[in-house]
Design a protein around this ligand. Structure first.
Ligand SMILES: [Zn+2]
Length: 88
């Protein structure tokens, strides 16, 4: 679970509740540990990018690849391409 500090007093917080809004989005309610502050707030945690593809992919989930991961994949594709083709 991601640690969030209180936006107001910068103190430590704890998760009160969390609920899934979708397969990629979760809503978490944090509360400041400082009893004088006790600010509570909502954090949305969302899966936004793919680092490496799933071995059990869900067709409904289509997250864009992280640019550097994409660059690496393209490198692999280039390496697997026709060895006789020449680049000029
Ligand atoms: Zn606080």
């Amino acid at each position: 679970m991601a640690t969030f500090f209180c936006p107001h007093c910068k103190g430590k917080t704890k998760t009160r509740t969390s609920r899934g809004l979708s397969a990629t989005l979760r809503e978490l309610i944090y509360q400041c540990n400082d009893p004088e502050c006790s600010y509570s707030f909502v954090v949305e945690a969302e899966a936004v990018r793919t680092l490496s593809p799933s071995g059990k992919p869900d067709p409904a989930i289509n997250l864009p690849q992280t640019p550097w991961a994409q660059a690496r994949t393209q490198e692999h594709q280039r390496a697997d391409a026709e060895p006789l083709s020449t680049t000029t």
